[in-house]
Design a protein around this ligand. Structure first.
Ligand SMILES: [Mg+2]
Length: 223
């Protein structure tokens, strides 16, 4: 029986468009304002700076780093707040979380920075479903959900990999990597193109999949 169910955040529970608004619109706009460049010029420059750092570096994910680098007058909190209306939960997300809450401890395992996790959970109201929230980049200083990352999560949760179910929309980092450790992973393919025992096109299918695998607990049942 799984003891714990773990969910990825962006692309799985929350529509990822908010992050694009912050990185590819909000920050370039502040930079344009500060320098007098046009938005397109500023965006090219800002994106060039992101690329110099690269997604393999921890700074890439750290909004505080970028605000220090660009020396904006405004705070990152103000900027995030401006685009908070772009944050939206996928419809199936609160439904499945509500159904699983109380049956299993639920954890959020994201590689977004803490600052993004906090506002996204706050605005969508989904923070209340989670017993623990882990940020790969903020808490473990790793930029990808590697095997070591999942191992650390298991240690912290005092669970064997086989006692954890993980669901996420990245084929490698939410599916292949945890699966390789023995975690029961489900790949969320919202396009619905892929089919298989470990593939979901909608989060609501998770209960059925757990049931098929003999992993579904009824409410309140002890493991
Ligand atoms: Mg994701």
């Amino acid at each position: 029986m799984p003891k714990i169910i773990s969910f990825d955040m962006d692309g799985t529970l929350v529509d990822p468009e908010f992050t694009d608004w912050v990185w590819l619109y909000g920050i370039p706009k502040l930079y344009a304002h500060k320098t007098g460049l046009s938005f397109d010029e500023a965006k090219a420059l800002v994106v060039g700076e992101y690329q110099k750092v690269g997604e393999g570096a921890i700074e890439w994910y750290d909004i505080k780093y970028w605000f220090r680098l660009f020396q904006f007058d405004e705070t990152w909190k103000t900027l995030m707040g401006r685009y908070a209306d772009k944050i939206s939960a996928f419809q199936d997300a609160p439904l499945i979380l509500g159904r699983l809450k109380g049956k299993y401890p639920l954890v959020l395992t994201s590689n977004a920075g803490r600052e993004f996790i906090e506002i996204e959970m706050d605005v969508t109201g989904m923070g209340k479903y989670f017993d623990r929230i882990f940020s790969a980049t903020s808490d473990f200083k790793v930029v990808k959900k590697t095997t070591q990352f999942y191992q650390q999560i298991c240690e912290i949760l005092e669970a064997e990999p086989g006692e954890i179910v993980h669901v996420g929309d990245h084929y490698e980092f939410d599916y292949l990597v945890p699966q390789s450790l023995g975690i029961q992973a489900f790949y969320l393919d919202r396009s619905g193109k892929k089919n298989g025992n470990s593939i979901l096109s909608d989060l609501r299918e998770l209960e059925k999949k757990l049931d098929e695998l003999g992993l579904l607990k009824s409410t309140g049942e002890e493991d």
